[in-house]
Ligand binder design. Structure first.
Ligand code: CUA
Length: 361
């Protein structure tokens, strides 16, 4: 080969060196493969939040699009990485003393045309299928009989308001299921109280950004009474990962019953008077609303029917007496960084407040 010095430097130490380099290369490749599997495996088995088990036509078309895109890009990945590995191995430097630059080639019209046109076509196909799916799922809901819910993202919990029903709750969105005779689309108006969040319903309707001073809208409809899990899908601060929520899809009759119960104001029962007094005097009412009392704060979740919810701390802690006491005593121990301050109270006082909260059925 012209211009290439091939000094014969095959000494006795070159062979082990070469072997060491090769095994280093194999080890690095194996580590990359294991890391990739570790990232992909949890995504494949996320239980109720799994993107692999869509429960509505909307989620189904998002899933099909995802599989198509992952298929096309997967083939490209294997081709490109395969070629890369082949060339790295086939044209590796065999002689450490050989520092000459290999011959440079310029200007092959067929090759340049091929690698311009092929990616262009691929991107165009991906663009078309994405636009088709987005248009499909953004289309207006199939019925005027929609239930409107205002969703407000807070650091780090979700507020759900039903303006037409006069109901406000947190972290657990109750919706009626529909059927062929009477579809019940749920239209969500998404707002944010602080930073950008993203409302993600993996099995129902994909995700939509929740942006301050801007209302985004999404809708979904479900036919099966079930509890669906959702979560915030845009990093929004320390407790982003614990900004979970549930969608409780229930029969229209169950939903009506739930609405009736949620509309009732709370009453302070005699046995919980001490807890209510502490709640009032410790200024808990500056942040929380309990309808029927003087508590009208809007910073934290509405607690009027706290015990109708299965979880506290935005779906991250079960709602039982023990956890409620812990939460009131030191919320930071359950959800570090959350806006609920430590109230500097004794365990007895926390227990008394929790026992009052337990009466908010
Ligand atoms: Cu809200 Cu992440």
């Amino acid at each position: 080969m012209p211009g290439r010095s091939r000094a014969d430097s095959h000494t006795t130490s070159a062979a082990p060196q070469k072997r060491a380099r090769r095994s280093g290369f194999i080890w690095r490749s194996l580590c990359c493969l294991v890391a990739l599997l570790l990232i992909l495996l949890p995504a494949a088995d996320a239980g109720d939040r799994s993107i692999w088990s869509p429960a509505t036509p909307t989620a189904d078309s998002i899933n099909s699009l995802f599989l198509l895109v992952i298929g096309i890009t997967g083939v490209i990945f294997v081709l490109v990485q395969g070629a890369l590995l082949y060339f790295v191995y086939r044209f590796r430097r065999r002689d450490p003393a050989d520092t000459a630059e290999p011959p440079q080639l310029y200007g092959s019209r067929p090759i340049e045309l091929a690698w311009t046109v092929a990616p262009l076509l691929t991107v165009f196909v991906l663009f078309l299928v994405v636009v088709r799916t987005v248009t499909e799922i953004r289309a207006a809901p199939p019925s005027n009989d929609a239930l409107r819910v205002t969703v407000i993202g807070h650091q780090w919990w979700w507020e759900f308001r039903y303006p037409e029903l006069g109901v406000t709750t947190a972290n657990e969105l109750h919706v009626p299921v529909g059927d062929d005779q009477q579809p019940r689309p749920i239209v969500l108006d998404l707002e944010s109280a602080d930073v950008i969040h993203s409302f993600w319903l993996p099995r129902l309707a994909g995700k939509t950004d929740v942006i301050p001073n801007h209302v985004n809208t999404m809708w979904f409809e479900t036919r099966t009474a079930e509890v669906y899990l959702g979560q915030c899908a845009e990093y929004c601060g320390t407790q982003h990962a614990n900004m979970l929520f549930r969608v409780v899809a229930e029969t229209p009759a169950d939903f009506e019953r739930w609405v009736e119960e949620q509309r009732r104001p709370a009453a302070v029962v005699a046995s919980a008077q001490a807890g209510w007094t502490l709640f009032r005097d410790l200024a808990c009412l500056n942040c929380h609303t309990i309808r029927g009392t003087t508590a009208r704060g809007t910073v934290g979740p509405d607690l009027t029917h706290l015990m109708s919810r299965a979880t506290i701390a935005s779906g991250s802690v079960p709602n039982d007496r023990e956890k409620l006491i812990e939460w009131v005593y030191d919320a930071q121990s359950l959800k570090p960084g959350c806006e609920m301050p430590g109230m500097k109270i004794t365990r007895e006082e926390a227990t008394s407040i929790a026992d009052y909260l337990m009466t908010l059925k």
